[in-house]
Design a protein around this ligand. Sequence first.
Ligand code: ADP
Length: 630
Amino acid sequence: MSKKQFKTESKRLLDLMINSIYTNKEIFLRELISNASDALDKRHYLSLTDSKYASEKPLEINLSVDKENRTLTISDNGIGMNKSELENNLGTIAHSGSLDFKDKLESANDIDIIGQFGVGFYSAFMVAKKIDVISKTVDGETNKWSSTGEDGYSIEPADKQEVGTDIVLYLRDDTEQDNYSEYLDKYTIESLVKKYSDYVRYPIVMLVEKSIPDEEKEGEYKTVEELKTLNTMVPLWRRDKKDITDEEYNSFYKSQFSDYNEPLEKIHYSIEGNVSYKALLYIPSKAPYNFYSKDYQPGLQLYSKGVFIMKDAKGLLPDYYYFVKGLIDTDDVNLNISREILQQDSQLQTLSKSISKKIKSTLVNMLTKERDKYEDFFKNFGYSLKYGTYEDYGMHKDELIDLLLFYSSKEDKYVTLKEYKERMKEGQNEIYYASGKSIEQIKKLPQIENLLAKDYEVLYFVDDIDEFVAMIVNQYDGKTFKSAQKASLDVEDEKEKETKEKLVEDNKSMLEQMSEALKDKVSEVRISSRLKSHPVCLVAQDNGISMEMEKYLAQIPTDQKAKATKILEINPDHEIFKVLQKVYDKNKDMINQYADLLYQQALLIEGFPIEDPVDFSNKICQLMQQASQM
Ligand code: ADP
């Protein structure tokens, strides 16, 4: 029989499993039971509309041990897999399509992988040296998939009585560190089922031994075997909140939503009314590795009257809450509802609104009562909320604006717009912000020098999306957003204005000549009121795009390479200004060269490439030579 090789990335993952030092190996049972339960769900759901899927026997999961042969078998009478499904589902990692996953696999250690990707079926190789999967479909096709992990797998026709799947684990030999024999112990298995899989909706049964009085021998007992259901089967979300432990909530989350991390927050509630439903929602503590890619499957699980309907019902959540995981159980949805209809169903829309309201109030609550936790949340999912504020022409801005955080110059941490507004100085009418690549870089921006010196609070925009948000929101509670890097920033008092007017008047012809010299590059050269220690800076004209947007557009593949209309500002209190005046007095033409150099420097400070580096370098050398001749 020929062996087939695993796909490269699956092989690497398998090696990790086989050599795993992961201490929590017992989770393999939870993973396999969860797969079995999914397979039962699928069969049950299909049987609602097609009788060939119906099962005479009740749907259940059966666990059995064979101490002699050191095997543990997990059986289900679910949907089963045919040959190509065995090949595709077990020969490759489900998530292997993602490039990101492959990259991570190169560098990660096993704990990372088990954590970030939820390795499912493969986790069984942590405890088994060989695995047989015998599976029969409702059409009667029966195959055995077999693998020791290391040297690929084989598939051959097989015999099996009932439709469904048996997973036979040949447990490894015990070592000093690891005792695998414990998975042959029925008490251990029972306690693992209780710990991780108690809520599974199908009976998980196992033959257990029981002592009963022996009718034939007075006073003596005999041992009989009987099938025992190990789990209570009440879905977690249908149980009373006060009877559920954190461990149960967390364990349910991890197994249902393939996350190794504990959730950041759980939201368990039920609503009776216009539309009645129970919900168990979770906010993950870390953004899934593919959250910001197309591979991410958003949506909530949908149940109707306790029956599983579908896995990723998208219409239940608006895009900006796609990070929420969980399930909804409602009696008000038709069992045979299709994905397409689901999007339009008006009951579902009412449901979705109600869910959004609950998520929002949970976030607001966290923001006001558990600030650190909220900041953690925002680090992971803030981008989603910002994007939600911007998309659909700002339609959701009122819903989201108070959930946004921006870095504050004053507090050196993240603040809300409400907090910003409450702290505004007397007479301040605008919300100041500055944009850049990082907080460190923005802190050094010349354009915000004077604002900070005058004790104004400046919000630091580091995400590309931030300026778009400010643009679409336009104002918060009557205060407009104002960029420190745009022309019309006005923070001077009357006296400063007077002084400046006089300066402008006195240096009019020099500034005009400089403007003329740079007329292809900037719309104007002028005296700055935003600089303190820096000689020059660039600012963008108000009614055009910003300099950050110009940079952003330059790096994304679009043929709209729009540019900001720039103004060169000179600091009149800087030594260089006196130099300029002197040069202009002595030799009017030389000012053109100075203007050009200052412009190039301002480009560099702003993080733009200079247009002609060779020319720039030559001009500096010339200037050095001139200085030495003075
Ligand atoms: P995941 O469950 O996250 O998709 P797994 O590696 O655990 O990843 O399983 C891969 C796939 O194999 C499943 O999606 C399912 O299609 C199939 N599978 C696993 N176990 C069973 C089973 N007991 N019955 C039917 N199909 C199964």
